[in-house]
Design a protein around this ligand. Structure first.
Ligand code: AMP
Ligand code: MG
Length: 410
């Protein structure tokens, strides 16, 4: 009971997670956020047909037979710059010199690049014709006034931000970020600011989880370390429940001093599960409170805590921020060695990538013990050996979840 497979546990988490409310942020602050409303263009861009090249605006029928041996001679009647409206209609046998971005004059349908022409006094010689209509950007090619250009749910990349700037969205509607609190628990833990005591264990989880949130664009609040006693835990957990998400690590197992679950129970948190068939990361508790807080009781081992964050917390946080793509992008790679395993739990193996003529290769980072934090420090990805699998063989095609960067998929 309450012992879920990784996909079932993830589905259970996401079932309880809602996207946050809409807020407006300054254009530059909208980068890496998610658009919360459709955005329509407030103008035509370009506002008229413009030249895409420096060259000559011509009537195609005048120049279609031009070639270097028999160039076509046209009289240059105008010189049009960007930002200037042409006043002269170009008649048969004539051309207008035109700059990139300048509006094309009446009468023309084609622009010849300056490289395909030769000046000759007041005339221009056309040496090679392009296709009819070439080198003209038509009105509204970028933006059509009133038409939706960006849809709700769009992740704001630099390219998207450029469009927001073009339609003058100085304030951008985005989904709010969740507030996140982080608490480490354990009598043996030593805080970052405390003096080194050879008998203690330095608190890695607070900072690892902080960094994992930060990598998603969330500035989490560190609540420090709670000792393994119910009174101190209760006080700290109560503080944490004021946030949208509380990440408490350590003390969620079945040990004699593991008070996190009973204390959360006492605080009225509904526990949806507290075990997942995953290695590392087996003791993982997830609950929700009446206040709307989602609580993750993460395992104390730093590797387990980080793996659980990637598999369960990160998708939840991204859903709150409105992203459609919740999961790390996966790529196919060939395993460079056997991985022995036992059936019964999904095994999240930390790996590094390589490449050969046939594509990506993937190799374990080495010792996979859940206490070996170096495996996370060097990992570029995860290979998940499925719950029922008894191991993988060298040469097997596997999916690798990429851990670095901001590349996600649905
Ligand atoms: P626990 O889940 O409390 O039983 O802890 C499992 C293991 O993880 C123990 O060896 C703890 O010392 C270690 N541990 C727990 N919390 C942290 C932390 N915040 N930083 C580093 N190690 C931790
Ligand atoms: Mg502990």
């Amino acid at each position: 009971m309450n012992y879920l497979s990784v996909p079932d546990a993830l589905a259970e988490v996401l079932k309880h997670i809602q996207t946050k409310h809409v807020e407006h942020v300054a254009l530059h602050d909208s980068l890496n956020r998610v658009l919360a409303e459709d955005v329509a263009a407030n103008r035509n861009h370009p506002p008229y047909d413009v030249s895409a090249m420096d060259g000559y605006a011509v009537r195609f029928t005048d120049i279609e037979d031009a070639n270097p041996e028999h160039p076509v001679r046209l009289k240059v009647v105008d010189d049009i710059r960007a930002g200037q409206m042409p006043t002269i209609k170009v008649l048969q046998g004539r051309a207008a010199r035109i700059m990139t971005g300048a509006p094309t004059p009446q009468g023309v349908d084609t622009v010849i690049r300056v490289e395909d022409t030769q000046e000759d006094g007041d005339d221009v010689l056309i040496l090679t014709p392009p296709k009819q209509g070439a080198n003209i950007r038509s009105l509204g090619e970028n933006l059509m006034n009133g038409k939706t250009v960006l849809f709700k749910g769009t992740a704001i990349t630099p390219g998207v931000l450029a469009i927001l700037a073009m339609v003058k969205q100085k304030q951008v509607p985005v989904f709010a970020k969740p507030s996140v609190a982080i608490l480490s628990t354990g009598d043996e833990l030593e805080g970052l600011d405390e003096a080194v005591d050879a008998h203690k264990i330095p608190d890695a989880n607070s900072h690892a989880l902080y960094a994992q949130c930060k990598a998603l664009g969330i500035e989490a609040k560190l609540l420090g370390i709670a000792r393994d006693n119910p009174i101190e835990l209760k006080a700290k957990l109560t503080e944490g429940l004021k946030y949208d998400v509380l990440l408490a690590s350590g003390g969620v197992s079945v040990g004699h001093h593991d008070f996190v679950r009973p204390t959360l129970d006492a605080l009225g948190i509904t526990m949806h599960f507290w075990r997942v068939a995953m290695r590392p990361g087996h003791p993982l508790a997830f609950g929700t409170g009446a206040s709307g807080c989602a609580v993750f009781g993460l395992p104390g081992n730093p590797v387990s805590s980080m793996v659980c964050f990637e598999q369960f917390v990160s998708p939840a946080l991204r859903r709150m921020m409105g992203f459609n793509k919740l999961h790390r992008r996966t790529i196919s790679a060939r395993l460079s060695h056997d991985i022995k395993d036992r059936a019964g739990r999904a095994h999240v193996v930390r790996v590094v990538l390589g490449q050969d003529e046939q594509g990506y290769t993937v190799t374990s980072t080495g010792t996979q013990g859940s206490g070996v934090l170096m495996s996370m420090a060097v990992a570029e990805g995860f290979v998940v050996v499925p719950e029922q699998s008894e191991g993988l063989k060298a040469g097997d095609e596997v999916q690798v979840q990429l851990l670095q960067g901001m590349d996600f998929q649905e």
